[in-house]
Design a protein around this ligand. Structure first.
Ligand code: SF4
Length: 135
């Protein structure tokens, strides 16, 4: 499992002890706690390690993030792997499934499910009133 997590890491992580794998929920905790170490990848909506901790203070903050991450997706075993030999997987948002999910999300956000079905709301209210009459 640790190797899976390592392989599923964000490709933007800089090599070293710490890395973020692909379960990030973009909650912002690590970026708030250790902003010199973690950054946000905006297109993918996830965190990654932009710089490995260099001071005791940074190391302590990163340990706090490892403990506090709600999905346990910050790992501290990066120095046990060969970063060159094990390339990171393609991030989900760049896969065909990820792109399709993003398109669906945009459709939902723009309300186009109703726009593409102009009779949807009419039928919805007709059904409610029909049910009222039948009650
Ligand atoms: S704390 Fe964990 S879930 Fe939250 S942004 Fe950082 S890596 Fe992602």
């Amino acid at each position: 499992m640790p190797r899976d997590d390592f392989q599923h890491r964000a490709p933007e992580n800089v090599p070293g002890k710490y890395y973020v794998s692909d379960q990030c929920m973009d909650c912002d905790l690590c970026r708030e706690t250790a902003p010199t170490v973690f950054a946000r990848h905006a297109p993918g909506g996830y965190s990654y390690v932009r710089k490995q901790p260099e001071t005791a203070k940074e190391e302590s903050l990163v340990r706090e993030c490892v403990e506090g991450c709600c999905v346990s997706t910050i790992h501290g075993d990066g120095d046990t792997f060969d970063w060159q030999a094990i390339p990171a997987d393609t991030p989900y948002y760049l896969t065909p499934e990820g792109r399709a999910a993003h398109e669906r999300f945009l459709d939902f956000k723009n309300g186009s499910c109703c726009k593409r079905r102009p009779n949807f709301l009419v039928r919805f209210f007709q059904r409610i009133f029909r049910n009222d009459r039948n009650a």
